[in-house]
Design a binder for this molecule. Structure first.
Ligand SMILES: C[S@@+](CC[C@H](N)C(=O)[O-])C[C@H]1O[C@@H](n2cnc3c(N)ncnc32)[C@H](O)[C@@H]1O
Length: 293
């Protein structure tokens, strides 16, 4: 089911980063699966909102990860086939296995490609292209957006879904000995991302218009899921904060880092998994952009 890329994607920094550290790929894959599970209803609501003129038949999911969007699109558009594209072979393999398990393998094609490359493999003639939490990773988003514009059939829709930042899980006064710790972690993480991933949290509307699209709608969905003692929410909180720790460990104070480590010690008395006040608070924004002609 996986089509070999036209080029060997071993020079792209995303591929190199993902494929040379299997543990990191696996951690990210698990987090993407949890994100898809916890936010499933919200992702379905976004697909249902899309201003498509006809039910799409050919969909491309760019930076598909482990398939949160792919499977929501297959469920929302029962006539459609999805071409799922990512630079991570590990994520694509996981997605393909899920497609087999769910009996929809005949409706999914996986394609390994680095979307930062100027030339993309053949992705058909989609009437809907979906990119969730992937566009901000692009090194040259202006070029990527123009490529998507030319890939779509006239009248087709490009749905860009992005998040302002990582979700919040703890109340503002937690943990008791270091209140506000989570916000300080996010502030440090935001500073890191502003430098390394400058398009995270960007306003994609003007960039889409600049690339030749007509904006047909924009919507922000606010997510607030109470998750006390829900296994998926606990695991999602643990996985997310572990990832943030990786980025912010060097910039936090020793006291904050120690408090974070107590939360992340899954078996310890201060573990985030033992808290009964967890919630998922985040936002997703979707831009629906049409190729007019
Ligand atoms: C945050 S994840 C989002 C995954 C999925 N769309 C979702 O909503 O769960 C970003 C994905 O984009 C992929 N990605 C990042 N840069 C890429 C590139 N240059 N080419 C192809 N895929 C890329 C990553 O491998 C990862 O799977």
């Amino acid at each position: 089911m996986t089509q070999a890329p036209r080029h060997t994607p071993h020079h792209g920094h995303h591929t190199a980063r993902n494929d040379h550290h299997p543990r990191d790929v696996e951690d990210q894959a698990e987090l993407l699966d949890l994100d898809g599970e916890v936010l499933a209803e919200h992702i379905a609501a976004i697909t249902a909102w899309l201003p498509v003129r006809e039910p799409p038949r050919q969909i491309v999911d760019l930076g598909c990860g482990t398939g949160a969007g792919t499977f929501a699109l297959l469920a929302g558009f029962p006539e459609a086939h999805v071409t799922a594209v990512d630079s991570s072979a590990g994520h694509l393999q996981r997605l393909a296995e899920k497609a087999r398990d769910r009996g929809v393998a005949d409706r999914v094609r996986t394609v390994a490609a680095d979307l930062d490359d100027a030339a993309w493999p053949h992705l058909g003639s989609p009437d809907l292209v979906w990119a969730s939490a992937s566009m901000h990773h692009m090194g040259r988003p202006d070029r990527t957006l123009r490529t998507v514009h030319d890939l779509l059939v006239p009248g087709g829709l490009f749905a860009v879904v992005e998040l302002a930042g990582f979700p919040r899980f703890l109340p503002a006064n937690a943990p008791q000995d270091r209140p506000g710790l989570e916000e300080r972690c996010h502030a440090a993480s935001d500073r890191h991302h502003a430098e390394h991933v400058p398009h995270r949290g960007a306003d994609w509307g003007p960039m889409l218009t600049e690339a030749g699209f007509t904006l047909d709608g924009e919507r922000t969905i606010t997510v607030h899921i109470e998750g006390a003692r829900t296994t998926a929410v606990g695991a999602y909180a643990l996985g997310s904060l572990r990832r943030i720790r990786h980025t912010v460990a060097d910039t936090l104070t020793a006291e904050d880092l120690a408090a974070l480590d107590r939360l992340l010690d899954a078996g310890g008395p201060g573990s985030i998994l033992r808290r009964d006040d967890l919630a998922v608070r985040t936002e997703r924004t979707v831009w629906a952009a049409r190729r007019v002609r």
